[in-house]
Design a protein around this ligand. Structure first.
Ligand SMILES: Nc1ncnc2c1ncn2[C@@H]1O[C@H](COP(=O)(O)OP(=O)(O)OP(=O)(O)O)[C@@H](O)[C@H]1O
Ligand SMILES: [Mg+2]
Length: 360
């Protein structure tokens, strides 16, 4: 073990333990010594008394020295063993930390025994490793998915360009149109990724925002899409003040409303958009009719690139980042996102944000 020069904690413990033991032994011996010095002459008034006293003192001194040496040995030996036993959990924790530093996040300390300070430290450390492992796995999955999603439009563009190059005569407007669509999709994807990282960094300016105005603006923007799909939007709610980024919270509302429209029943769907103030939070709720969803499926939808089953049934081919962006924006505003499947089909999504007094 490469440790910088200096006394190890085990040695410090040992020396302290031995020191205390010797001191504890020396005190009564010193008291006895003083007692003998003071009182012995009173009892030695006979001939040879002085000689008896000095022999006694000499014998007492050597016996005391022997006792102190024994105490020192016991203190050093016992202290070393005791300190070793007490510090053993720390060695396990250090080993685990070293393994985690070298990249092995799957190792756990799992310290046995009663709940003491070391056990608490070890449990907290295990919890941290677990969260770190999940986070790293999430990041890896995200990078792999993002690369895959970005490669698809590029591969399609390349195939279209190859066709156009080998047969320029047949390079019709249709090929250009398809190239344009694929290119737009790639740009949308990259913009969604940039938005995700911007929200994640929390590097936006915070201002007063009224969620009910954002809901109205989003409804206005998406009304043509809703009409095209035969979906009715019912918006309700009074002034709902909070603090945050106007642009990001509008993006959040638009994403939720767009989802509620495109992942709805075709031709007969309804969306309910509501904002309200609760005692400690302000709440934006988006609820829509649609296919029946299981709670298991719903719990995975906020993962990046996760798409539900409708992609097969509808013409909407999203990239699967809409809800991941909503979740990141909510968390960046210290809010809470909840997704609940409706028993009649469709989903109910609530975003709870910190409340702000209107006069602030
Ligand atoms: N309001 C909703 N009702 C029913 N299903 C929904 C709703 N919102 C999202 N989903 C499901 O969750 C999936 C993920 O949604 P998300 O918004 O992240 O991606 P997307 O809509 O497929 O693509 P985009 O990135 O373009 O938004 C959707 O594919 C859909 O299956
Ligand atoms: Mg979406």
């Amino acid at each position: 073990m490469d440790r910088a020069p200096g006394l190890s904690v085990r040695l410090k413990f040992t020396l302290s333990y031995a020191g205390f033991l010797v001191l504890a032994g020396a005190l009564p011996l010193a008291a006895a010594w003083i007692f003998i010095l003071r009182h012995l002459p009173k009892y030695t008034g006979v001939d040879g008394g002085v000689l008896i006293r000095s022999t006694l003192l000499h014998d007492f001194a050597s016996a005391s020295a022997a006792v102190l040496v024994v105490l020192l040995m016991v203190g050093l030996g016992g202290g070393w063993v005791l300190a070793g036993r007490m510090l053993a959990p720390l060695t396990r924790i250090t080993d685990a930390t070293r393994m985690a530093t070298n990249g092995s996040l799957s190792h756990r300390i799992r310290l046995p025994g009663r709940k003491d300070e070391f056990r608490e430290l070890s449990d907290v450390f295990d919890g941290m490793l677990e969260r770190l492992e999940v986070h790293v796995a999430e990041q890896r999955r995200f990078a792999a998915n993002a690369s895959h999603e970005l490669r698809t439009p590029l591969a399609i563009s390349k195939a279209l360009l190859d066709v156009a190059r080998t047969d320029p005569e047949h390079c019709t407007g249709e090929v250009i149109e398809r190239l344009h669509t694929v290119n737009t999709r790639a740009i949308d994807l990259i913009e969604a990724l940039l938005l995700l990282s911007r929200a994640d960094q929390r590097s936006f300016t915070r201002e007063h925002v009224d969620l009910s105005l954002l809901a109205e603006e989003a409804t206005e923007t998406l009304l043509p899409l809703a009409e095209k799909r035969g979906v009715t939007i019912e918006t309700s709610g009074d002034i709902t003040p909070t603090i945050g980024s106007q642009a990001l919270l509008l993006q959040l509302t638009v994403n939720l409303l767009q989802n509620a429209i495109v992942h709805n029943l075709p031709g007969q769907g309804t969306v309910w958009l509501n904002t309200r103030v609760c005692p400690k939070t302000v709440v934006l709720t988006v609820e829509n009719t649609g296919e029946k969803l299981t709670p298991q499926l719903v719990s995975t939808l906020t993962e990046p690139f996760q798409r539900g089953t409708e992609r097969i049934h509808t013409d909407y081919a999203g990239v699967g980042l809409g809800l991941a962006i909503v979740k990141t924006i909510t968390e960046a505003h210290d809010g809470k996102l909840t997704l609940t499947p409706r028993s009649a089909g469709g989903i109910r999504i609530t975003v709870e944000l910190p409340v702000v007094a209107a006069h602030l």
